[in-house]
Design a protein around this ligand. Structure first.
Ligand SMILES: Cc1ncc(COP(=O)(O)O)c(C=O)c1O
Length: 406
């Protein structure tokens, strides 16, 4: 469902045109969703939130009781989450970590390092000796493993199973394990293996990925006679913007993971979803400024645009939305702009034809002043958008149903 929740609707009614656009987040809905996700996961499966999906402190705090930790992918995210969520475990991933970022992570006592290359492994070891002398550093090398039998085919955002800059090539696996276990770097501990192969996979595809990553990691460590404590099978649980009612099947996934882990007593599996946790708790609310006809098609120009909500442009979809009609009188002596046909394309205020939020939306009679509420805007929305283009004002932010402090 992408219709705004009752809490979001109530807030929208209090907002004046000058308060728009606005992001509204329903933190109670997020709590309920995260609770269901967590309940579906078996013991020995840890849930880390991929902060990149939405790092707002209110979101991190709401997720706190349901996650075992946070995955961060830059020094900026690391510093932000450490401050917002002190004392909660962090896993530091992402390609191209700099010396300064790694040094900051070591100084901050980050719990897990997802190492993406041999160079990064050498760098981490050298920096650890200096910034964390005497401390064991838990390393999970990330590998770009092949996707099992077509499981990644449905993904528009594959990072593995093909040539990409992410992770280590499997051909480097034996050398990497040796480097981590032959006393070359006694401070580094091979804690486990990391893989994140793709985003947008349904539960059967995710289970196939988890199965193959687990088998590969087990075979690798067995070949070297070294223990395997943890396997991270990534995030990427599907969020379908073209089917807003659909949900990733957490129950099926959890049951499948339970079967997989049953064969590996003592092993911790870890997942790190972002989008599928937070996409559904956010709405971007705005109003129609103008409605016009152009070469036979109708366009509504909305206050704001893709510089606030870039998700539909990056993913190539129409952002699901709900129209809330206004009963406010038209304040001008000239006619109120209104759609004559049934279908209207919703655009923003940017001077580019790419500033389209949704095409051919059924919105007969849409008028200037009506409000449009875009759903599924809780992940990879505001934080991935190019806010400064054209220097329009920033939206308001409303976090509804905040958790109790403490
Ligand atoms: C390493 C890693 N883990 C987890 C995620 C989260 O993916 P999603 O938000 O699709 O669950 C990403 C996304 O790019 C990633 O790169």
């Amino acid at each position: 469902m992408t219709d705004p929740t009752s809490a979001v609707r109530a807030r929208i009614h209090t907002l004046r045109p000058a308060d728009l656009p606005a992001y509204c987040y329903d933190l109670s809905a997020l709590r309920d969703h995260a609770d269901r996700v967590r309940a579906a996961l078996p013991d020995h499966v840890e849930l880390y939130y991929a902060t990149k999906a939405n790092p707002a402190p209110e979101i991190l705090a709401t997720l706190r009781p349901y996650v075992h930790g946070y995955e961060v992918s830059s020094g900026g995210e690391l510093a932000h989450v450490r401050q917002a969520e002190p004392g909660h475990p962090l896993a530091f991933g992402g390609p191209g970590k700099t010396s300064a970022e790694l040094a900051a992570a070591l100084a901050a006592g980050v719990e897990r390092y997802h190492v993406e290359s041999t160079h990064e492994l050498h760098l981490l070891a050298a920096l650890a000796a200096h910034h964390a002398p005497g401390r064991r550093i838990a390393v999970l090398p990330r590998f770009n493993l092949p996707g099992p039998g077509g499981a990644l085919d449905g993904s528009a955002l594959a990072m593995g199973g093909r040539p990409t800059p992410f992770g280590l090539d499997p051909a480097e696996a034996d050398r990497t394990v040796r480097l981590l276990t032959d006393e070359t770097y006694p401070q580094l501990e091979l804690r486990g293996i990391h893989a994140h192969l793709a985003s947008g996979l349904d539960a059967p595809a995710q289970l196939a990925v988890a199965d193959s990553v687990l088998s590969w990691a087990t075979a690798l460590t067995a070949r070297h006679g070294v223990p395997l404590h943890e396997v991270v099978v990534g995030g990427g649980m599907a969020v379908d913007y073209t089917a807003p009612e659909a949900r990733f099947d957490w129950a099926e996934y959890g049951a499948g993971l339970a079967r997989l882990i049953a064969d590996h007593p003592g092993l911790t599996l870890r997942i790190e979803p972002g989008r599928a946790l937070t996409a559904y708790c956010g709405w971007y609310v705005t109003e129609v400024l103008d409605v016009k006809r152009s070469h036979g098609e109708e366009f509504a120009v909305l206050r704001g645009g893709t510089h606030h909500l870039r998700t539909p442009v990056t993913k190539g979809h129409d952002q699901p939305c709900t129209v809330l009609r206004t009963d406010a009188p038209w304040p001008h002596p000239w006619p109120r702009p209104a759609a004559r046909g049934d279908r209207v394309t919703l655009t923003g205020q940017l001077c580019t034809p790419k500033d389209v939020l949704a095409r051919n939306v059924p919105a007969a009679g849409l008028r200037a002043g009506d409000r449009v509420v875009f759903g599924m805007a809780g992940a990879y929305a505001w934080n991935i958008s190019h806010h400064d283009f054209l220097m329009h004002p920033r939206p308001g932010f409303h976090f509804l149903g905040a958790p109790e402090a403490g």
